[in-house]
Design a protein around this ligand. Structure first.
Ligand SMILES: [Zn+2]
Length: 245
């Protein structure tokens, strides 16, 4: 692990109970430069070749989440989270490297152990800021990470164990913000990015991706049998996980 100290941090106001995973469309040198030049930061950056850089000490509050919401927590997610940036030149539209992911697994497992982070509190930046952020993108290996004990995945057959509920209710059960119709659409798209990535269009042009985080006014994003069933199966996984001590 290489250390490059960022000046962009302050004191935490809450103990760590959350992990926010990001991607950056640079290699680590570019990402570090951009993080140092702008008033943003993350605790860790994982380079294209898997090298890990530490920028902010874990006991300090890094500035990576921005305006965000998850499981009814609407303020200061930076205070309670560790932020990891994984480099991917297409911002997660094309596959991550094997070495990057094995280093990420090791780092996440260590953080989960150190801070007893619950699986339902391991999120994508797009999950907590669905109207603003597309990262870490459709190529991020959430299913593989869940197999390694990092975050949650679902069993399709569990959809039938969820009684009828509306799409906003199901999204909210998982943790997504559904405060307005527009946020609900953005959240549904963030959900698709994470849990139905094969159905989301690949946009390799980073600028286009960042400028069009979700298709606006697109109520069809709240429909579809596969979407609803997956939503139910994921909601079941989150309900089940949050019942565990
Ligand atoms: Zn991000």
């Amino acid at each position: 692990m290489k250390k490059i100290s960022s000046p962009h941090f302050n004191e935490r106001k809450t103990p760590v109970d959350m992990l926010v995973l990001h991607s950056t469309a640079h290699n680590a040198a570019g990402a570090v430069q951009s993080l140092l030049n702008n008033e943003v930061s993350a605790h860790y950056v994982i380079d294209l070749d898997g090298e890990v850089y530490s920028l902010v000490d874990e006991d300090k509050r890094a500035w990576h989440a921005g305006v965000a919401s998850w499981r009814n927590i609407n303020t200061d997610l930076n205070s309670r989270s560790v932020g990891i940036e994984v480099c991917n030149l297409s911002l997660g539209q094309t596959p991550y490297g094997e070495k990057q992911i094995s280093r990420l697994v090791r780092l996440c497992r260590k953080l989960i152990r150190s801070y007893h982070i619950r699986p339902e509190m391991i999120v994508a930046h797009s999950d907590i800021a669905p109207t603003r952020k597309p990262d870490p993108g459709i190529a991020f290996p959430w299913q593989y990470l869940a197999q390694k004990g990092i975050g949650l995945w679902y069993k399709p057959q569990n959809a039938q164990k969820i009684k009828e509920a509306s799409v906003p209710e199901l999204l909210k059960t998982i943790g997504y913000n559904t405060d307005t119709p527009e946020t609900t659409i953005a959240s549904a798209y963030a959900f698709r990015r994470r849990f139905l990535p094969e159905e989301v269009e690949i946009i390799e042009d980073v600028k286009q991706l960042v400028d069009n985080v979700y298709p606006q006014n697109c109520t069809r994003l709240l429909q579809g049998e596969k979407f609803i069933n997956t939503l139910k199966a994921v909601a079941y996984a989150y309900l089940n996980a949050s019942k565990k001590p």
